[in-house]
Design a binder for this molecule. Sequence first.
Ligand SMILES: [Zn+2]
Length: 631
Amino acid sequence: MCQVKQEVDNLIKQDPAKSAAFSVLKYLVYRAFINRSIIVGSLIRILFCKPICLLFTVALFFISCDTSVRPVDLILYNGKIISVDQDHTISEALAIKNGKFLSVGSNQEIKKLFRATQSIDLQGLSVIPGIIEGHVHPIPASISEHFEEIPDVKTIAELLSWVQLQVQEKPQGSWIIHPKFFATRLQEMRQPTIVELDSVAPDHPVFLDGSYGGMVNSAALRMSNVSTRTAEEGFLRDPQSGELNGMLRRSAFEFLAIDHSDQLSDEERRFDLTQLLQMYNQVGITSITAGSGTTKDLDVFKSLRTSGDLTVRIFQNISIPFNHQDSIEQMRQALDDLGYHTGTGDEWVRVGALKAVIDGGVLTGTAYLREPWGLGAKEIYGITDPTYRGVLRIGQEDLERMILVALEKDWKFTAHVTGGGGVDVLLNAIESVAETQNVMDKRFSVIHGNFYTENAIIKMKNLGVYADMQPAWFFKDADLLYQVLGEDRMQTFHPYKSLFDAGAIVNGGSDHMVKLNSYTAINPYNPFLSMWSVVTRKTELGSVYNTDQALSRLQALQMYTINNAFASFEEDIKGSIEPGKLADLAVISEDLLTCAEDRIKEIQVVLTMVDGNIVFDNGTLDVDEPEDRER
Ligand SMILES: [Zn+2]
């Protein structure tokens, strides 16, 4: 019956006359039976019900019959369609017309009702809604391996041999740079020493960039004219000798004599970006949230869209275009100058949230925690101050002012915050603003967050704040953080189940920044690897932590589909396979809901479709054109 109702809905959408007649009918029937209004209901039942119900049924029959075989663009059949709708519907087939799902049902139903220009026999494979990636940085990531591959180093020895190879290939004096190097992700969990780096690169400057901190060798210091005597505060020193030890804070990056001049043409950048978007398609991604950016980035995507080269839908976050200490007036002006706000655009390129950065990162000991980092952090990060909790860049008061202006100018507000202390500051600021303003409908979010106490989770639920999380961080970094912070504090690390149970919305993303391979990129953006990690609570090193926080497979899929559609206010047009929604989907090699648990991370995408068009196809399935056969 559901199927029939859905068909009627679809049919009347196409015909205004039928539509009007049915609207009246539906209204009367709903008034009578659903609202159970006694007077209206009784009258209708007496006067109309029997003849009308009969007429209704007869009309349905004829409409279904005489136009029963309707032309559509594409039918997918003989599969397992995991729709991720509210009822968790599983079907066998679907029909697509004009870039949208027209109908979903059994093989028999779909084949009876529609005639397709093209059809695909899914051969029993599963279909999921197109993956919506909640947090990536595609523009910098796309060019990160333009000149050379970034190595996936796991040990100090591997790092040193890569540097050595670079020394042999590059002329003396040219920089050897690893653009996203987290020493805490090495087996040794430490930076190489300056002596180790000098031993393989005596005359080549080396810079290992870890975003919020880094490491250089002696040649890099020499070339940058930095000496023990002249060094700025951001260059760290050996506690015993007082000599520079090569480690540096982000504030010292600007003193390195690296030539940042642009070496790539616009054409090359464009090409690299379209390639990366196609790589996203290869793992089933059909939409992304670009985690930070500017008007320029937004324009890049708009131009790709115009030229027909966009194969992924974009929700582009905009980094705050003002300083957090600016006056309210200055903030207002800066937002007015942008000339757009959250939601501006269309289903291909849309303006995302307004993004602030509140603290540093967990991999560099700069995340702002609830308690001091403690003794465990001394060995890994060299933190010796027993009261040090991390770096808090924006305090609650400034955040409140920023949030107020964001609300006034119609922006969704979001912020990078990686430590629990930072999460609390942000939630307190939102809570305080919520006393006088409506924030609930604005779907604010915490980017990363990582550490959520019960109290924080309740606040998120009550304030309608979403948790924009990266399971890849759990996979990569949980082992290190257990060592640094200890088991007790790690109880609050990535508590997916508690967030789901409380009714808070959890968004799945990766924070992909550099490297192109979906499994070895920093961070790995393969959605199936991430889903496997939230389902199993396993890390890269094979440890398993807090299985009581594991999600079901369907919940994991929701994180990467419908929940992310909510985050961009697009749950009515995407995030699930339902009639009327955009035809974005992925056909996958295994049944995500029933395959062996460890197979989840190995799932391959067979075919990806955006807007009803195939954007990736690994050649497993044939596209039939039945009309040709009939001719
Ligand atoms: Zn990010």
